[in-house]
Ligand binder design. Structure first.
Ligand code: ADP
Ligand code: MG
Length: 233
């Protein structure tokens, strides 16, 4: 059997706040297999963003072990970490973070162009990904001409166009109504199934978890439950 994509054990993360420290994660152990789709859910302040920042190699814990793709990533220097992140991880943000002056197509092309992919190739690949997320007709639209749900679909295409092994989405539905929220989560599930990309997202809304195969619930910086409801007998 291949090793898990993530192996976390005894992860602690605390933040200094004036004279005190805020314990955001208080001993989290977790394994995520390649190709899994995992929802990290729990109330505001439970540690979801802190955990996703660690999984995204944006932040480092104060204690514990974190292995990603077979590597002890806590031992890597900043350059190696950045390189690992750029090659392996795509991010989707709650505020979409699209470039306002670029069209939907150009936004999806951007990560390829940053990597030096020729414009004609980048244009074709970005166009294929826009079609994949159901937005081919909106290729020439700027973000301000798109709905919130459409913007988040562009952001998902932009995260996936470089074919990462992992996509991380921290509350990707926080700025969306319930119908668009569901559509975005369904799209992430579809991408996970069709491409095999490992998908880890967070939400505080349990109504969005219906079609997600694994639910990790955080409360006060600890894993309160870790369930696979669809495969449970
Ligand atoms: N940079 C920071 N400085 C101080 N406290 C922080 C920082 N980031 C997070 N926290 C605290 O850590 C706890 C967990 O926060 P967070 O991971 O953002 O939770 P969630 O994403 O579930 O809302 C909260 O009490 C929060 O106030
Ligand atoms: Mg958060």
């Amino acid at each position: 059997m291949s090793q898990p994509l993530f192996q976390l054990s005894g992860i602690e993360r605390h933040f200094a706040l004036g004279e005190t420290t805020v314990p955001a994660l208080r001993g989290v152990s977790l394994s995520i297999e390649r190709g899994e789709s995992v929802a990290i859910w729990g109330p505001s302040g439970s540690g979801k963003s802190t955990l996703l920042n660690l999984l995204g190699l944006i932040d480092a814990p104060n204690a514990g072990d974190l292995r990603f793709d077979g590597e002890d990533v806590l031992a890597l220097d900043d350059d190696a970490l950045t390189d690992c992140r750029n090659r392996k991880i795509g991010f989707v943000f709650q505020g979409f973070n699209l470039m306002p002056v670029l069209t939907a197509l150009e936004n999806v092309m951007l990560p390829l162009q940053i990597r030096g992919v020729a414009t004609s190739v980048a244009r074709q690949r970005a166009s294929d990904w826009l079609a994949h997320v159901g937005l081919e007709r909106f290729a020439a639209h700027r973000p301000d001409k798109l709905s919130g749900g459409q913007r988040q679909r562009v952001a998902i295409a932009r995260a996936l166009v470089v074919e990462p092994m992992l996509v991380i989405a921290d509350e990707p539905t926080a700025n969306l109504d319930s119908e668009n929220s569901r559509a975005v989560i369904d799209l992430l599930q579809k991408m996970n199934q069709e491409t095999g990309v490992t998908c880890v997202f967070s939400t505080h809304d349990p109504r969005l978890l219906d079609h997600v195969p694994r639910h990790v619930r955080l409360a006060d910086g600890l894993i309160e439950s870790d369930a696979h409801p669809e495969t449970a007998s």
